[in-house]
Design a protein around this ligand. Structure first.
Ligand SMILES: Cc1ncc(COP(=O)(O)O)c(C=O)c1O
Length: 441
């Protein structure tokens, strides 16, 4: 397939950036991208992103802009909004958030006054920074209360309910970043109703599964939905905020409050090239083939997890490396990277070492599934992962905190020359030839 982007001008006049893009193309093509929040967008999404729509300023919303010349942009944004409403069966959608974190800021500003209580899953238990983590706006400007997972790594709803009754949050986040289990939105709703909180689903990670029917939809249960558009939804980097019928009924002003929190509250001009690319990815998500894609992501993750000795009910596998040694997240990430497998180090629930030197890795199947890989390939990939991870044994993180940074730096250098890992990398590069990456020739 020809490359969907013609780089001839860039090649001639910006050779440095051109050559780095080509280098990254090779990395994305010859390796196994297993970060669960990543994906490969289609040629169509790439082309919309690379369009002249980036030239235009359009502060405001369709029909209500600060600047002239927005008649075409209005058509594009209205089209994206209509597609989002259709895909999720919701009455209102906003497609301008620059990304997931600003979208969550916008939602919090629309629902809460500064210092109001917000509740979300803690970072350590698999929640997102913007749901009330230290150093995030969500705990600097609001009073953040975190709920946790229990010993079984699942959300402890009894403890959540007690915390909610005690702290009376204005907003409860139902959403996760490193959580391999399905979410029970009905339970969240019951608790939100008990304390009069606005319930927001941040389904960024699992939107593709929801569309495919591989995860229950939050629409009947929550007031607001936020999703990034670049994870399992397979679109450009961006985000959407939607209000459900329930949310509209609860507060008919909710959409207006969200729009005001967006501009002038938190953002300026929308990224129109991204809006167009979001429309394209929503068109793709409305096709029957997307349902198959979303189902396959979950089937692949279930097989991958089983082969690695754990469980996944979603697109994501959270793997404890405590059997390999002490604080092995970095070591696991670097060993796998050397072998051509991209994952990220991650805390595990009740992290025994430190969030800075965590004990696990997080991996997932959305990008591999886009390349056409299925259960059979997951078995092979799990075998490579297990073989690669054997190489970290005996390389435990030092118990002395001050020695850790240097130890990990040296480990990274040392493992880069590991023969077994470099052999796996070669095998993987050969293996990936059969699975094209959309958008890369
Ligand atoms: C659940 C969740 N919400 C929000 C975000 C933030 O998205 P972004 O990185 O686009 O700001 C993420 C990103 O990982 C996420 O997992």
């Amino acid at each position: 397939m020809a490359n969907p982007i013609n780089y001839s001008a860039l090649k001639k006049n910006s050779p440095k950036i051109y050559s780095l893009i080509k280098k990254e193309e090779i990395r994305q093509k010859e390796g196994l991208e297993m970060i669960p929040s990543e994906n490969y967008v289609s040629a169509e999404v790439l082309q919309a992103l690379g369009s002249i729509l980036t030239n235009k300023y359009s502060e405001g919303f369709p029909g209500r802009r600060y600047y002239g010349g927005n008649e075409v942009i209005d058509e594009i944004e209205n089209y994206a909004i209509d597609l989002a409403k259709k895909l999720f069966s919701v009455p209102a959608a906003i497609v301008q958030p620059y990304s997931g974190s600003p979208a969550n800021l916008i939602i919090t500003m629309a629902v809460c006054e500064p210092k109001d209580v917000v509740m979300g899953l803690s970072l350590a238990s698999g929640g997102h920074l913007t749901h009330g983590a230290n150093l995030s706006f969500s705990s600097i400007f609001y009073k953040a209360v975190n709920y946790e997972v229990g010993k079984d790594w699942k959300i402890d709803f009894d403890a959540l309910e007690k915390l909610a009754i005690k702290h009376k949050p204005k907003l409860i986040w139902a959403g996760t970043t490193a959580y391999p289990f399905k979410l029970d939105y009905k339970k969240f709703r019951k608790i939100a109703d008990k304390v009069g909180a606005v319930l927001v689903a941040d389904c960024s990670h699992i939107t593709g599964l929801i569309i495919a029917g591989a995860h229950e939809s939050p629409v009947p249960y929550v007031d607001i939905i936020m999703t990034t558009t670049h994870k399992t939804l397979r679109g450009p980097r961006g985000a959407m905020i939607m209000v459900t019928d329930r949310g509209m009924k609860k507060d008919p002003e909710l959409k207006t409050k969200l729009e005001r929190a967006l501009i002038p509250g938190a953002q300026g001009g929308p990224h129109n090239h991204t809006t167009a690319a979001i429309a394209v990815c929503l068109e793709e998500a409305l096709k029957p083939s997307f349902k198959k894609y979303g189902e396959q992501i979950a089937k692949n993750a279930a097989v991958l997890a089983k082969e690695l000795g754990t469980i996944s009910e979603t697109h994501l596998v959270l793997l404890s490396l405590t059997d390999y040694g002490y604080g092995m997240g970095y070591q696991g990430q670097y060993a796998l990277e050397t072998a051509g497998i991209t994952v990220n180090k991650n805390s595990i629930p009740n992290e025994p070492v430190s969030p800075f030197y965590p004990s696990g890795i997080r991996l997932g199947t959305p990008a591999l599934t886009t390349r056409g890989m299925k259960e059979k390939e997951m078995v092979q990939i799990a075998a490579w992962i297990k073989e690669a991870l054997e190489e970290i044994r005996g390389h435990d993180t030092p118990k002395e905190k001050e020695q850790r940074a240097e130890y990990i730096r040296n480990f990274k250098k040392e493992i880069a020359g590991n023969k077994k890992l470099l052999r796996i990398k070669k095998e993987i590069a050969k293996f990936t030839e059969k699975f094209p990456v959309p958008g890369i020739d």
